[in-house]
Design a protein around this ligand. Sequence first.
Ligand SMILES: Cc1ncc(COP(=O)(O)O)c(C=O)c1O
Length: 385
Amino acid sequence: MTNPSKGPDWEQLRSRFPVLQKKTYLNSCSYGALAVDVEASLQRYLDARNDKGADWDYWVGRNEAVRNSVARLLGAEADEVAVTTSVSAGINSLASALNFDGPRNKVVITDFEFPTNAQIWYAQESRGARVVRLTEEDGKIPLEKFAQAIDEETLIVATAQVAFRHGAKQDIPAIAEIAKRKGALTMVDSYQALGTMQFDVKKAGVDFAVGGMLKYLLGTAGIAFFYARQELIESLVPTATGWFAQEDINAMDITRYSPAANARRFEAGTPPVPNTYMAEAGLAILHEIGLEAIERRIGELTTAIKDAATEAGYQLASPVNSSHHGAMITLRSNDDNRLVASLAEDNIVVSCRNGNLRISPHFYNNQADIEFLFRALHKRRDLLV
Ligand SMILES: Cc1ncc(COP(=O)(O)O)c(C=O)c1O
């Protein structure tokens, strides 16, 4: 709930997430908390099934509502957004539309990628792609590395906005600019960023963007998006496809492939109907609050986490500078799995990757959550570096 003169009522918003009454939930980088609005939306789907059986026209409308909502969040047109079932599905569709036979066959990725955004590009090596992976130095991929690697042979740079292992944030507009100067495309994996900060695909200058609804977008698993810049869509003809990607879904034409003129050509089969209900409701909460306010709120929470860690002498795996990290702050641990399991005994939900404890607040967390977490961490300081 937002009062224009006073800003969002964070405690009222928090009360819409029942899990927060039972747990200190700081794990939105893995799965966002469930809002009562999202639960009610799924219930409406279930009720409709009992009341009406099938309601395809309405269901297709829910998919379109998700498309519109994501487009608004990204500063894109609805025609530039495909609603997919995962980030992997979107990247696979894009990769299937690219040609690696020509003079540009290089794909630049980095150490920051979530596995799927590396594996799918390596899978294209059998089609002629050459994957170059830029290595991390002190938790960063220096821009000079992009400038050196991206050349006239580069087809696409595909990289994460925020790294899932430690929360470091990349300068996506700067990377896209380097790529553009060399005539290469840019795809950003925004899964760990969108929903936590303002991000406009046009201002950032990216050609493609992917993300999913289960974390900071407050929806559920099994639904994601793929953005493609309008000017590129017609030149890209995916071979990974399906009937919902055709120009006329209802044509039921088994004699030809006629991809939709817009980004729907990157979709495939039947939409995940229950997930569209949940995603629509989750996205609506973000629009209700606004990304500017959410970004500010998360900034206050991540600052509090960094301050508490620094005061206690714990080692941050994330960059200290707030413009260089996302919503996730990570602490180095000598036994991260044990630390996560041990914190769970105090009803604290966090996660870990590669020796890093991941603390990932969303707008629904508060200072009391962070204080509670740190009191619990101080009891387990032997598991921290
Ligand atoms: C950065 C990033 N990309 C992609 C994914 C997942 O992709 P998919 O929707 O294909 O499971 C995740 C996490 O689950 C992620 O953190």
